[in-house]
Design a protein around this ligand. Sequence first.
Ligand code: X8Z
Ligand code: ZN
Length: 617
Amino acid sequence: MRYFQHLISPRIPALMTMSLALAYPVTSFAQTTPPVKKAVSTASAPTVAEAERFLRDAEVRLQQLSVIAQRAAWVYETHITDDTEAMSAQASEQALTVGSEIAIQARRYNALPLSADSKRKLKLLQLNLSFKDAADREAYTRLSTSLAGEYGKAKYCKNPADGSTCLDLGQMEEIMARSHDPAVLKDVWMGWHQQASKYKDSYVNYVAVSNKGAREMGFSDTGALWRSQYDMSPDAFEADTERLWQQVKPLYDSLHQYVRLKLRQTYGPDVVPLTGPIPAHLFGNMWSQSWENLYPIVKPQEQAASLDVGAVLKQKNIGAKAMAQYAEGFYTSLGMEKLPESFWQRSMLTKPRDREVVCHASAWDLDNLTDVRIKMCINQTTEDFITIHHELGHIYYDLAYRKQPHLFKGGANDGFHEAIGDTVALSVTPEYLKKIGLLSEVPDASQDVGVLLSRALEKVAFLPFGYLVDQWRWKVYSGKVAPKDYDKVWWELREKYQGIKRPAPMEENGFDAGAKYHVPADTPYARYFIAHILQFQFHRGLCKEAGYVGPLNRCSIFEDKKAGAKYQAMLAMGASRQWNEALKAVSGEDKMDASAILDYFAPLKVWLDAQNKQLAQ
Ligand code: X8Z
Ligand code: ZN
């Protein structure tokens, strides 16, 4: 949850649409939950005892309230109708009312000499939006709920009169991944990006009202509130992310140049220029955010073995549930618990045929205890196989910190939440796949470059995208970019960081950023950037704990109980400590640092630079 990230499951991207509202639905159970003590006379000076009581009451209440909001959101996102939308928005609005009240009341105790835990809880409570005005609350929740639904329902209809020619996002992503026909790719790319202009006006209004809620809590705008969630000042966070980007940029540049030369061989010089930005529709992904689908056209010539798990899944007819069970098996091999039976009964693992849903993968913790679920439209692809490991990372984090007090049921920061499953997926090596029977042959060490390259297409390619989405949003929230310039600035950033350009000129009233789920869903995105740095630090730390020596890319912690115990200990801390401490527990380091990702890809960097020299001749 982006605002009440520590109050309710922070890893629910879709649910974040409802933001803080979700934390606090109120109505019918108001009698059964202790009221937040208004009793506190504001005339008298606050006392420590009173503050402790306030926190206890708030936690009990928030815990109870969050369940109802989560359920309403779950039903909405797995069955989008006007009614479920209205019910979810209503639950959000009621939640927002109480959330706003608690956030404001918390201020009263800020100056007291409280325990470290209580001080942290008070701080977390105030890292939220708060609305004084009922009309603003209503507008905020209505807009946030409807934006999520608009994205979920959007389709590209070539011939709107005939619904059968409509493509949903999943179908379009499939075409982007497999087709090598630039005209087809461009058509699908344009068709999807045009959808977002339908909700641009809603988004503009949403931003304005959200900022009101941030200012009420003393932040200059919602972007500043987001950047304040990392145990450091918003400016320090901005500087830290820039430092990390500068660390990894040379690696990205080498990959970008290599991919350019390969794309040029495939599509020809008229489509792919020798210098300057590359058209965005050629990267095998709707947002050009990760490029693993380009592997077949960029793979090294000498690469013999195929690492296509997707092909094996199809060939062996391994379905969605079995894929999720493989992922569960990795976590249990580390000594973690089996997923509760209710997970298998209640999760949505495949796209239902008969109703609209939000397909974007997400993990949910309905009762902040053991009613955990994932919502995903799983296909038999390598990409989805990896994404399941990502989602289960959220779930295992939830389960690990369920004994923490309510306000500490969250990630050390939101980037941690995103990095947990990805770290595990880094251990999905060819050796591991062979062990579990999903690969027939382990490529020998001479083939490492191919394995590393496919990883880089996934991880290194993502870095500038992970960084720029919130560069754009911070500007939007601060008002530095007006709605008429949304696309202009979006494409300036896409060109500056990713080195890509729009496949066609910008359109009147376009909203290309809005074609990315996290923008209408209003899920902060810097979390994924830092997660891509952190997961390599976690991986390096866990491999060390497992006693592994050798190249990082060949390490798998599968079945290593010692590494598993170390990981679990960090997960169990939840949000109770500053993230530096959690990082130290696993990696021995207390700063985010890109040296682990650079180490991991060091052999590839050498190879890429040599290739680039050779190919350029
Ligand atoms: O949204 C996600 C996850 C859910 S938290 C599937 N990711 C980002 C995206 O898809 O854009 C994971 C990587 C980046
Ligand atoms: Zn995630």
